[in-house]
Ligand binder design. Structure first.
Ligand code: SF4
Length: 323
């Protein structure tokens, strides 16, 4: 089993931490509860922080040209400026951060699905987008793992988020060392994970480490980090995971029985149909790494990109699947 550093994650406080919802509720959220054993959470409730109190009158996003305004219809207050200022101060106060886990549908914390209305009172929803607090977070940290709890109920999105989160945390520690040897090890141990993300980019990053131009270490690490951000900008495609699994399978195929090969083929088929998570396929491949004592493959983060206890989170089926 791998040892994992604890990612530092900003979380919407109403999920598990405090009864700070507009109606005085606290939300029970299994993903947050489970993650609490493995990450360092920084809980924040932006609406309480700007002085709205709990319980409070509802607020909503109202479209105004290209921008959205954060309005409290009952009091007619426009809270956009105060919320934006709070968000910017909050961001300035973060020494470092590895990711964000925010509350879906909120006009402050929503990531993609906060309702944006035509007017502050009794008007239709024009579109959906990010809340005012999250909009500032996205501008400041465009490449960090950032999701809402609703999307994380889908296991494909969840696997990508967890993988990204624990990978950037490992990289943060390697970057702090500024040692090329650490970076070489990091790149080697992530080879199959990066191959699944983007083989071309992975090779480019290998050339960055080779550092033919003898650039200063700070520049090498920064350029490498840019590559890393690009690798994880979009979730890994199912077909790319399947390619990597088949590649790893190739190490063992000559030593397996026909029944074992058929079983693996069946598992990949189930994964292709999104009926099982990738972790189910990796479990089998990993057991073969142990059986055939393949030390090289056993070091690959691809087989345990995040703590395996997190795999056990049940899937509600309500999350939105990726195409
Ligand atoms: S969604 Fe955000 S602003 Fe709303 S109660 Fe939760 S933490 Fe506070």
């Amino acid at each position: 089993m791998r040892a994992f550093a604890r990612p530092k994650v900003v979380v919407s406080k109403c999920m598990e931490f405090a009864a700070c919802r507009y109606n005085g509720d606290k939300i029970t959220e299994a993903i947050v509860a489970k993650l609490a054993d493995y990450v360092e959470f920084i809980p924040v409730c932006p609406e309480v922080e700007i002085g709205l109190g709990t319980p409070r009158e509802i607020i909503r996003l109202v479209s105004e040209g290209e921008t959205n305004q954060l309005i409290q219809p009952k009091t007619k207050k426009n809270l956009t400026h105060v919320m934006t200022e709070f968000a910017d101060d909050f961001i300035d106060g973060l020494t470092y951060i590895d990711g964000f886990l925010l509350k879906s549908r909120s006009p402050s914390c929503g990531v993609t699905d906060a309702k944006i209305y035509a007017k502050s009172d009794n008007s239709p929803v024009l579109r959906k987008g990010s809340g005012t607090f999250t909009t500032r977070i996205l501008a400041a940290y465009p490449a960090k793992p950032l999701e809402d709890e609703g999307r994380l109920r889908n296991f494909i999105i969840r696997e990508h988020y967890f993988t990204h989160l624990f990978m950037v945390t490992d990289f943060r520690i390697v970057k702090q060392s500024l040692k090329i040897k650490e970076l070489v090890n990091f790149h080697a141990e992530n080879k199959y994970l990066f191959m699944a993300c983007n083989q071309v980019k992975m090779r480019e990053m290998g050339r960055v480490i080779a550092n033919q131009a003898a650039l200063p270490m700070e520049e090498v690490f920064s350029t490498y980090e840019e590559g890393l951000n690009e690798l994880f900008a979009t979730p890994v495609k199912l077909t790319d995971h399947i390619n990597v699994c088949l590649h790893v399978f190739g190490y063992f195929s000559n030593y397996l029985t026909t029944a074992e090969k058929l079983h693996f083929d069946h598992l990949l088929g189930q994964y292709r149909k999104k009926k099982i998570p990738l972790s189910s396929v990796l479990c089998v491949l990993r057991s073969w790494c142990y059986r055939f004592e393949n030390e090289y493959l056993l070091k690959q983060t691809y087989f345990e990109p995040y703590p395996e206890e997190l795999i056990a989170i049940s899937d509600s089926g309500k999350g939105r699947a990726l195409s």
